[in-house]
Design a protein around this ligand. Structure first.
Ligand SMILES: [Zn+2]
Length: 298
């Protein structure tokens, strides 16, 4: 398996910043320490060119990110201070996402150990998302004529508003989002299928809905699935409001991977959110996604 990573994923943040930025390195280290990903299977993510990001984002916004001239209100909504490290990180996450998708098309599956930045809109970032790696990947794959149809399975607890805003309404993109009804973003943008979940939704209900919906997605015959595997539906998550167990998350990931494998659909995994306190439960859940992936694909 190929997993894409770069040390620039760990953004230097001001002391006391609430984003659990250390999780990226902890997940990478945990994957290697547990033998789930061999050191030789870790590939360096490279920053993508601004032109590629502009396939899905307003050129003036991409240039403003590059030059540090993003509107102050937008930077506040993003939630990270503008730094040169943020610029490099943002372009590198998209680079890793594209590399992962291309590898998935080659070998069947791959992952980027970051990304799933699904809140970024066409001309503005928000919610810790600068660029929307999912939207750029979709536009890039189409521009290169690598695929005819793409499905995005977004199981982060927050709705994929940015992805829907950029890609919604296309008949060659199937956007599936399952998320907390009362959670951020408070203005949701319609996906192809949105499942709004009540607070404290637990394993049985969640997995029952997923079991009902997954066959419809694979029956649509996408050429690739982009899986936003956020682990913030976990009960212990501080921003999640749902009540999935660690085992429930494992079953969730297993269902997605099995459905893709059974139908011969390549899958590229993006990390998505996770805000458990302490952070180790989030890290454990992200590692578990790859353990399940390895188990299903061998
Ligand atoms: Zn989230």
């Amino acid at each position: 398996m190929m997993a894409f990573y770069s040390d620039v994923y760990v953004l230097p943040l001001p002391e006391g910043h609430k984003f659990p930025i250390t999780k990226y390195r902890l997940v990478r280290d945990g994957l290697v320490a547990n033998g789930i990903v061999q050191p030789s299977e870790l590939y360096l993510s490279e920053p993508v060119s601004p032109e590629v990001v502009k396939l899905a984002h307003a050129p003036h916004y991409v240039d403003a990110v590059l030059h540090g001239t993003v509107d102050r209100m937008i930077m506040r909504r993003i939630g990270f201070p503008w730094t040169s490290e943020l610029v490099i990180r943002s372009f590198t996450i998209v680079g890793g996402a594209i590399a992962s998708a291309e590898e998935a098309l080659e070998s069947g599956f791959a992952g980027n150990l970051a990304g799933g930045t699904h809140h970024a809109l066409y001309d503005a970032g928000e919610g810790f998302c600068v660029f929307n790696d999912l939207a750029v990947v979709v536009r890039y794959l189409f521009s290169q004529k690598l695929v005819g149809r793409v499905a995005v399975i977004d199981l982060d607890v927050h709705q994929g508003n940015g992805t829907a805003a950029i890609l919604g309404g296309r008949d060659d993109v199937y956007l599936f989002s399952m998320h907390g009804a009362k959670n951020y973003p408070f203005r949701k943008v319609p996906s192809t299928v949105d499942i709004d979940l009540a607070d404290n939704t637990s394993d049985d209900e969640y997995l029952g809905i997923l079991e009902r919906e997954l066959p419809k997605i694979v029956a649509w015959k996408p050429d690739i699935v982009l899986f936003q595997a956020g682990v913030d539906p976990l009960r212990e998550d501080t921003l999640g409001r749902l009540a999935l167990s660690m085992e429930g998350l494992a079953r969730r990931d297993e269902m997605v991977f099995c459905a893709c494998k059974q139908h011969g659909i390549p899958v590229s995994v993006a990390m998505g959110g996770g805000y458990a306190k302490p952070v180790h439960l989030t890290v454990q859940a992200h590692i578990q996604t790859y353990r399940v992936l390895r188990h299903i694909y061998g």
